[in-house]
Design a protein around this ligand. Structure first.
Ligand SMILES: Nc1nc2c(ncn2[C@@H]2O[C@H](COP(=O)(O)OP(=O)(O)OP(=O)(O)O)[C@@H](O)[C@H]2O)c(=O)[nH]1
Ligand SMILES: [Mg+2]
Length: 373
């Protein structure tokens, strides 16, 4: 069969039910544009069907597609910004014309004007030596900014163009396709790795190529089971809690990571932590760290859940001393971030060794003292 699934791009086949692209023979014969069984189940039942393809498979697919393009549309996720602004992904933009779209702005806590978001992105691109044709601010959930993107392409390419939509897994590439075409053609899901091969969509003189997401390095959310992954990656409102802590107080972020305040100066530091609502905070003293992990991981300290905690704690952990100044943020990739309101904040952070963190100029200023613990 020489057809691709319109939902995920996999080549359709009816011989191997456990392989990607499987569609029952009867459906393949009767329907002109059948969906593979996996897409059918995701779309109709919201089921999750994991696919074990390695990182290189997705990356090579994207590298091949962009060779032949007039332009690239790189989608970033404002909430998972540091993972989606991955060096490997940015390297694909070299010598290409590109537009950046920052998606999921509906999840930003507080009021942030679109122009503030795009100025901040411009500054981050400049630091990487990159210049976009334009920057768009987007929420496919709220249908905000979608038509603006198409207008930008028409402006820069009045004769039409071939455009690859690329980015990390789960940033909303396929969601954008569905909004651009005002239908439900692409399979989208809460889980990373939904699109498997490139899918081509034509609109007026433009051809958009929805590509599989690239798996960035260093995300904590990739170390837990699928259920916990959903709990960690914010899909609706983000929780913000503000703390004023003295020396040797410890804050657990679920059972995933914790940090201890190492020093206290004249006044206690104040900081806000932003995480998915499903990650539970727990405050304690330094002497209780080990006993709390032993007694409460998988229940009071969750995620990780009881099913994946053993695998999670089998990772090698690192403890690193980090100093964060006023108006700076510490971002733990694939988990969340912490903004310092009154610093300096000197902590010892304990996270799995493969997880990366970044200190950046604050994007979101910590707010009102009334939500302070
Ligand atoms: N809050 C919010 N969620 C969004 C938005 N856009 C997409 N999502 C959600 O993000 C998740 C991933 O969306 P997809 O469109 O499948 O992402 P993708 O980039 O195509 O993912 P892969 O195919 O795995 O690379 C889904 O749960 C979407 O509902 C948005 O604007 N706001
Ligand atoms: Mg997709």
């Amino acid at each position: 069969m020489n057809k691709k699934c319109t939902g995920c791009g996999a080549w359709l086949q009816y011989d191997y039910p456990k392989e990607i692209g499987y569609v029952p023979e009867k459906v393949a014969i009767e329907q002109s544009q059948p969906l593979c069984q996996r897409c059918f189940k995701i779309k109709n039942y919201g089921s999750y069907i994991p696919v074990n393809l390695d990182k290189e498979f997705y990356k090579n697919e994207v590298i091949n597609v962009i060779k032949d393009m007039d332009a690239i549309l790189l989608i970033l996720d404002i909430i998972e910004f540091e993972s989606s602004f991955d060096k490997e992904i940015l390297s694909l933009l070299k010598n290409k014309k590109f537009i950046i779209a920052v998606n999921k702005i509906d999840l930003i806590p507080g009021n942030k004007h679109a122009s503030e978001v795009s100025d901040w992105i411009k500054m981050r691109l400049f630091k990487e030596g990159l210049e976009a044709l334009d920057i768009a601010v987007l929420s496919t959930h709220k249908n905000y900014g979608v038509n603006g993107i198409f207008r930008k392409f028409k402006h820069f390419f009045p004769n039409g163009a071939k455009i690859a939509i690329i980015g990390a897994t789960n940033v909303g590439k396929s969601s954008l396709i569905n909004k651009l075409f005002n239908d439900n053609r692409a399979t989208i899901s809460k889980y990373p790795g939904t699109t498997l091969k490139t899918v081509k969509h034509t609109k007026e003189k433009f051809v958009f190529f929805d590509t599989p997401g690239i798996i960035p390095k260093g995300r904590l959310s990739d170390l837990v089971c699928e259920k916990c992954n959903l709990d960690i990656v914010p899909s609706n409102e983000i929780s913000r809690k503000t703390f004023k802590f003295g020396k040797d107080r410890v804050l657990f972020l679920g059972g995933l990571a914790y940090f201890r305040i190492l020093k206290e100066f004249d006044v206690k530091p104040i900081f806000s932590v932003y995480l998915s609502k499903n990650v539970i905070f727990h405050e304690t003293n330094k002497d209780k760290i080990d006993s709390i992990i032993e007694k409460h991981s998988g229940n009071m300290l969750t995620p990780p859940c009881n099913d994946c905690k053993t695998d999670y704690y089998n990772n090698k952990f690192k403890s690193e001393i980090i100093e964060i100044e006023d108006k700076e943020e510490l971002v733990i990739k694939g988990l969340g971030w912490l903004t310092v309101k009154r610093g300096p904040l000197i902590i010892e952070l304990t996270i799995p060794e493969s997880v990366e963190y970044v200190i950046r100029e604050a994007f979101i200023e910590p707010k009102r003292p009334e939500d302070m613990f």
